[in-house]
Design a protein around this ligand. Structure first.
Ligand code: ZN
Length: 411
């Protein structure tokens, strides 16, 4: 591996200090693959140096997960055991800082019956969701990435293992603004300031709806929730006022639109990787706020299944603005990982919305948030609509309009 120890150290520090912003006395839960145990040790040590009371590591191992799906029964896999629920209860009372290091092989689950995979996800999701809701908006979290060989080879199949990992490292470090000799903390300050300025402008405009248009067939209008905020880059943990950055990298400014209030067609500009499978060249058409039809050159059945996962899966939970100059987009390849791919250009997400964009949203129950227009679902799947010629107009309640995006970037 050619990435220097110095860069790894800077990256681990950035994740813990700037990303998760671990505060003295906090419990940290680190989720990371067994393959990245050396980096796990760096992150754990950084957490303790930041004053963590205890760091727990949740090891993942995608080869084992696949074997479970191949050999164990659906019922067995779908059952959340009492000790697992006890752990979830503990999480609700500890409100740990959660750090997740993504490094999965995008094809980890290939060969597994997708029916079984989504059934297990759905059934486990239903049990886990109340616990997830209970910690939502009450804890700091950060997702960052570490390249595994399999993931790197998926992105660069023609390269040798070593070369592929080097290229993926290059791309990751570029997108998280870590370089030899630079101060990534200062770089992130500048980046988050820019995003917050844009978000503040959008909030001041108080647009009632957005209008999307591009030559590929995107022709779409979505209504926004009055008073809902545009957010980006960072978030504040209301429990201790710690400012944290949930995603590294992050380029987006997002909000949750009114569930069930959109019309028209969105055409995807990049393939979507869902449950280790690709959906390519697709479009989704909405009527009365619900996806009523979809067309995909590849993965049609998968896309239909996704939209039918539950009541909320056919409605939007997110609209996000990302200029085409995003460093993720500049990398010019598909990462097969939402953390990166959703930061390439403008996107929307089917499924769950974010109640925290509502004033006082953190304290609302899911039902209360739903009444105010925030979508609810066990899925949240982002798909990219940011064509290079995308126009987005903001429409105010009085009908006046304002350009937001022109030719795929800020107007
Ligand atoms: Zn997003």
């Amino acid at each position: 591996m050619s990435v220097s120890q110095n860069l790894l150290q800077k990256y681990a520090e950035l994740i813990v200090r700037t990303g998760a912003n671990v505060r003295p006395g906090q419990v940290v839960q680190l989720t990371i693959s067994v393959e990245q145990h050396d980096f796990a040790a760096l992150v754990v040590e950084e957490c303790y140096k930041a004053g963590a009371k205890k760091v727990n590591v949740e090891w993942t191992f995608d080869r084992q997960s696949k074997l479970n799906y191949l050999y164990a029964q659906e019922d067995t896999l779908a059952t959340v055991l009492p000790w697992e629920e006890e752990k979830l209860r503990q999480m609700v009372s500890d409100l740990p800082v959660r750090i997740y290091i993504a490094s999965e092989d995008p094809d980890a689950m290939s060969g597994v019956d997708p029916e079984k995979l989504s059934a297990v996800m759905r059934r486990r999701g239903a049990v886990i969701k109340p616990y997830r809701n209970a910690i939502d908006g009450k804890h700091q979290w950060c997702i960052a990435a570490y390249p595994s060989v399999k993931w790197a080879k998926k992105c660069f199949p023609e390269a040798s293992d070593e070369e592929a990992v080097d290229r993926l490292w290059d791309a990751i470090l570029k997108t998280v603004r870590v370089r030899e000799g630079n101060d990534p903390v200062a770089a992130w300050k500048e980046h988050t300031d820019f995003i917050e300025k844009k978000a503040a402008w959008l909030n001041a405009q108080a647009f009632a709806s957005l209008r999307y248009k591009s030559a590929n067939g995107t022709d779409f209008t979505v209504d926004l929730i009055p008073g809902a905020r545009w957010e980006g880059a960072g978030a504040l943990n209301p429990v201790n006022q710690a400012f944290y950055i949930p995603n590294m990298p992050t380029e987006e400014i997002f909000t949750s639109p009114i569930a069930g209030k959109c019309e028209g067609t969105l055409v995807a500009v990049k393939p979507l990787s869902w449950n280790s499978q690709l959906i390519e060249d697709f479009s989704i058409t909405f009527k009365n706020g619900r996806a009523v039809s979809c067309k995909a050159a590849k993965g049609q059945e998968l896309l239909e299944k996704m939209i039918a996962m539950d009541e909320g899966a056919a409605m939007l939970g997110e609209v996000a603005l990302v200029p085409k100059e995003s460093p993720v987009n500049q990398c010019g390849f598909l990462f097969y990982e939402t953390l990166f791919d959703e930061n390439a250009c403008c996107h929307c997400a089917l499924g769950a919305g974010f109640k925290e964009v509502l004033p006082g949203g953190d304290d609302l129950t899911v039902e209360e948030a739903r009444e105010k227009g925030i979508n609810d679902s066990i899925i949240h799947v982002d798909f990219m609509v940011g064509a290079d010629d995308l126009f987005i107009d903001g429409v105010r309640a009085d009908g006046s309009t304002e350009p937001i995006f022109r030719h795929g970037t800020w107007a």
